[in-house]
Ligand binder design. Structure first.
Ligand SMILES: Nc1nc2c(ncn2[C@@H]2O[C@H](COP(=O)(O)OP(=O)(O)OP(=O)(O)O)[C@@H](O)[C@H]2O)c(=O)[nH]1
Ligand SMILES: [Mg+2]
Ligand SMILES: [Zn+2]
Ligand SMILES: [Zn+2]
Length: 401
C-alpha cells in the first residue's frame, strides 16, 4: 500500500494510521464529549477547543467514539491532526508546490492562479475547484478580496520561522468523467504553500522546504525575468517597467540561477535522491511578470499569444513557448540556466506568465501599499504551468494537433 501525504503538514502515513475526530454532538443518551485544545494542534499555534481524537483504523470510513458513543466520520492526519478531505485514503491526491525568489511574484501569482482556476479554467475542463476546508476558504477569500476588490498588492510573505501557524491552501479539483452509463467524479487534492523567498536562505527554512518540495508531485518555480543579468540591456527595456531602486533594495532579489541552484540543493536533500541522481519530479519553470517584456518583443512572439481554449492540454502550443524561452535565455545569459536544468532535471518546461497583465504603478510619496494598474487584473496564461503538471500527472488529457 502506498503512503499518503498530508496536504497540510506534508508528513507521510499509511491509510490505516489516519485517526478520527469526534463530531462533538450530543448522543441520544445525553452524553457529549468535552471540548478542549488539542495538544498536537496547540504546538502548531492552533489553540481552538475541539472534540477529542478517536483512535481507530483509518482504513474504515468511520469509528465509534469511546467518550460519547457517537459515530465519528471526520478523518485527521496522524501527525498534525488537521482534518483531511473526505475519503482521503480513497481519492487521488497530488501535491503541487510552488517556490521562487523573494519578490518574484509568488503571492500574487498564487491568488490569481486560484481565482482563475475557480472562475474560468474549471469550466474549460468541466472541473470544479473549491477550497477543501473552512480556513482555506476564509483566508483565500480574504486575499482574493484584497487583490481583486481593493486592488492592493500583498506585502512580503513572512518566513515560515516567523509565522509558525501558517498553513497551505488546500483545494479540491474535481473532474467529471463520463463513462458509458454513469458519470463519476475524480478528485485531486492540491496543496499550495506560499513560501517566503527568504525561506530558501535559512537552514530552518530549507529543512521545511525539503519536506514540502520532497512530497510534491510537481513543482512550479517562479522566476522574475527582470532579475536575469543581461536581459534589461539586451531588450532595451523602458526603465518604467522596472522595480524602483527602493523596492529592489528591500527585496534583495536574487538571480534565477542562484535560486535554481538552491532549489536543486533542497531537492537533493530529499531521501533517496542524493547529489548524483537526476530529479524525477516534473518542474515548471515559470517566468513571471512577462507583461513587462511585451513592448520589447515582436507582435508574433509566442510570449504574447493568448492561451488555447481547448479542453485538453495543448502540448504543441506549450512546446512553442518553451522553445522560444529557451532561445531567449540563450541570448540573454548564454544558456547557463538551460544547461543547469538539463543536467539536473529529467522533465522541465519553460512558461511565460503574467498574473497582473500590466506593470503596477510605482508608489507615490506617502502611499503605503502598492496598487494594481488602473486597467485592473488581466492575467496572461497563469494556468499553463499548472495544467502542464496536471497533464504530466495524468489528471487531464494531453492533445497534440
Ligand atoms: N509587472 C508585473 N509585476 C508583478 C506581477 N506580479 C507581481 N508583480 C510585482 O512584484 C511584486 C512582488 O509580488 P509578490 O507576489 O508579493 O512576490 P513574492 O514572491 O510573494 O515575494 P515574497 O513574499 O517577498 O517572497 C508585486 O508587489 C508587484 O510589484 C505581474 O504579473 N506583473
Ligand atoms: Mg509572498
Ligand atoms: Zn465523542
Ligand atoms: Zn498533517
Amino acid at each position: 500500500m502506498s503512503k499518503l501525504t498530508c496536504p497540510y503538514c506534508y508528513g507521510t502515513f499509511a491509510e490505516k494510521q489516519m485517526r478520527f475526530r469526534c463530531g462533538g454532538l450530543r448522543a441520544p443518551d445525553g452524553k457529549v464529549c468535552p471540548q478542549k485544545p488539542d495538544p498536537v494542534r496547540a504546538k502548531l499555534g492552533d489553540n481552538r477547543v475541539v472534540p477529542p481524537v478517536v483512535e481507530a483504523n483509518g482504513k474504515r470510513l468511520s469509528a465509534v467514539c469511546k467518550g460519547c458513543g457517537n459515530i465519528a466520520t471526520i478523518q485527521i492526519c496522524p501527525h498534525c491532526h488537521s482534518q483531511l478531505p473526505v475519503h482521503y485514503g480513497k481519492i487521488d491526491n497530488r501535491m503541487v508546490a510552488m517556490i521562487g525568489a523573494k519578490f518574484s511574484g509568488k503571492s500574487v501569482y498564487m491568488t490569481v492562479l486560484l481565482h482563475e482556476l475557480i472562475h474560468r479554467v474549471g469550466r474549460r475542463f468541466d472541473a470544479a475547484v473549491i477550497g477543501a476546508d473552512e480556513r482555506t476558504r476564509r483566508e483565500f477569500g480574504s486575499e482574493e478580496r484584497t487583490l481583486y476588490s481593493e486592488g492592493v498588492l500583498p506585502v512580503t510573505t513572512r518566513t515560515a520561522a516567523a509565522d509558525k501557524g501558517r498553513e497551505p491552501f488546500v483545494f479540491k479539483f474535481s473532474l467529471g468523467e463520463r463513462r458509458r452509463f454513469r458519470s463519476t467524479l475524480r478528485h485531486t487534492v492540491l496543496s499550495f504553500f506560499d513560501t517566503a523567498g527568504e525561506d530558501l536562505e535559512s537552514e530552518q527554512g530549507v529543512a521545511q522546504n525539503v519536506r514540502y518540495l520532497g512530497s510534491a508531485n510537481g513543482i512550479i518555480v517562479l522566476l522574475d525575468p527582470l532579475t536575469i543579468p543581461g536581459l534589461v540591456e539586451t531588450l532595451g527595456l523602458d526603465p518604467s517597467v522596472l522595480p524602483t531602486e527602493r523596492q529592489r533594495e528591500a527585496a534583495k532579489a536574487d538571480s534565477p540561477i542562484n535560486i535554481l541552484t538552491r532549489v536543486t540543493e533542497v531537492l537533493q536533500k530529499v531521501p533517496g535522491v542524493g547529489p548524483n541522481r537526476m530529479i524525477d519530479t516534473p518542474v515548471a519553470i515559470a517566468f513571471s511578470k512577462v507583461d513587462a517584456l511585451w513592448d520589447a518583443l515582436p507582435e508574433p512572439s509566442p510570449l504574447r499569444q493568448p492561451a488555447p481554449a481547448t479542453a485538453y492540454f495543448d502540448d504543441n502550443n506549450s512546446l512553442a513557448v518553451h522553445a522560444y524561452v529557451q532561445a531567449l535565455l540563450h541570448d540573454w545569459e548564454g544558456g547557463q540556466i538551460d544547461q543547469f536544468l538539463a543536467k539536473h532535471y529529467r522533465t522541465y518546461r519553460y512558461f511565460g506568465v503574467s498574473a497582473l497583465g500590466a506593470v503596477p504603478p510605482a508608489l507615490e510619496p506617502g502611499q503605503l501599499r502598492q496598487k494594481v494598474a488602473k486597467s485592473g487584473i488581466q492575467p496572461h496564461r497563469v494556468e499553463d504551468p499548472f495544467l502542464w503538471l496536471l497533464s504530466r500527472l495524468k489528471v487531464i488529457e494531453t492533445g497534440k494537433d
